[in-house]
Write a protein that binds this ligand. Sequence first.
Ligand code: WTA
Length: 641
Amino acid sequence: MIKKGDIYYPTKEIKNKAWVKDKKIYKEAEKDPIKFWENLAKEIFWFNKWKKGFVHKPPYFQWFTEGKINITSNIFEHNSLGWEKIKNKTAIIWEPELIDEKPRILTYNELSGEVNKFANALKRLGVRKGDRVGIYLPMIPEVIISILACARIGAIHAVVFSAFSPNALKIRLQDTEAKVLITADGYFRRGKIIDLKKNADQGIQETKVKKVIIVKRAENKIKMEKERDFWWQDLVEKESVQCEPRVMDSEDTLFILYTSGSTGKPKGTVHACGGYTVQAKWTGKWIFDLHDNDIMWCTADVGWVTGHTYGVYSPLLNGIPTLIYEGSPDWPNLDRWAQIIEKHKVNIFYTAPTAVRMFKKYGTEFIEKYKFDTLRILGSVGEPIDEAAWNWYFKEVGKEKCPILDTWWQTETGGILITSLPGVGPFKPCFTGLPLPGLKFDILDEKGKSLPSNKEGNLVLLPPFTPGLLRGIYKNPKKYLETYWNEYGKKVYFTSDAAYKDKNGLIRIVGRVDDVIKVAGHRLSTGELEDAISRIPDISECAVIGIPDEIKGEALLSFVVLKKEKSLEQVQEEIKKQIRKEIGPIASIKNVYLVKDLPKTRSGKIMRRILKRLFTKEELGDISTLANPESVNQIKKVIIQ
Ligand code: WTA
């Protein structure tokens, strides 16, 4: 990489290889963004071409109207690289957590066969186009096979992160009204077997799930219920490796994925077949500069949007192998992740800042023996990457030759929207980069005025948005309108992130302006956590905040008002149990404080901002407007203890 001041540019070598090397593309796309996306869509296989590129009926919009498509046809028989060329190529490299177990490799042809067999099995169980199918699987090839099998027959997949608790699963299944759930007996995590079937059995209570399909993975003993539970292996045994793709309308739903917002209930973001396919294919190809011989490892679990788009769809649409890993990146040794990169000759490595900070903390000695000479592109996602982590990643992993793509996007956007392109640059630590060609972002003040460089405001996306942007919140149009199209009217997509631009237009993300907290890159909502905690008997009120954490980015603190006296230890234990039950281990609370009162506005709103400032050492601001300013001093005392 070439360094000028604090900014990096790609070398000639990177440029020469890159799909995009000329910044002219930004100007061209800007002239007519709809045309720009339409041109990209031409390289996708459509059963029938679309009529209109973009149709806008605020707050709703459509892309590639009346186009007919199936995303799996674009992965398999009509892959843009040509089926003959890719059918014997590796599609999935699966690395199990157990170090002595052999990786599983599936070629495109084998994957296609497995997908079709399972698609046929789903049909036989009565799954039809538009039906929702719950997927609650660990990182094993069957999670990808399940997703693609649903897409093949037009069923809507709704993946639920396997580390989510039974209750979290239940809420999501209730919302989708899925009749089928795909899960596994168990899986390995840090050497232990996680009994996933037991969680699934609890999670499907009080839902419409009538059939459960179970992949045999850990061979732990499980209970099977007659006529409800089926072994995956038994179902697919006699099915054919052929299954015609269901012809889908461009605007038909491809999947629902739940994410946390400000309120207690998770929102099901709805993604459309046509736009998502075009965006997943091209963002992967250009941003990670995917070439025929590349191997991509996106470390995100398929339960999150990053796993959906860059662990599954994007690499496969581009005809390259995707690597998935079952376990923890530091198990059984701290350098497991580095071993995997060398063993499988990974070229593109996409991970989260929290992982980078963890690797960095372990020290460089662990990875001194690794040359990482296959790596070409590094990516980061999910939260801002601080300068120290950026530099470590750049130097110790990328050996100063790989561009670091700090990619900004959201579950809602379906794909990466802001990052500098590898063959163009520039790359500046802490700055996520330039919006992709054809996208119109702006930074607005509260009144909706566009702000000049270096002024912080709300990051918004303007029409025609992007083909992969969510089309709605499942069964909740009100929430869709309120969350995204209310702040600045129905034509401006409100991201809920604060940001500013430098003088070159590079965007720096400051963080969320709503009540979403990012713990180790996982999106959690204060509302959801507070709801769960408030349900514990004897707790009358609580507030949850995120404060800066060296490794996890943010850590959770909870302030609790009790109805009757209890010891702190007891409350801590109860909260821990409750959070595990309602959400899962990812939402662990670092500290609990017992307080008499929470700071509130006169209208009764809890001022979390003030609680947070007690930890970040920022000025508290004017607290005299609070209904109970004395609460702040009392809380200060509790914190100091
Ligand atoms: C944050 C993850 C800074 C942001 C793909 C956004 C980031 C939220 C970055 C979405 C980045 C994501 N730099 N912040 N490169 N990428 N974020 O839905 O606050 O899990 O709104 O999607 O993560 O999180 P989500």
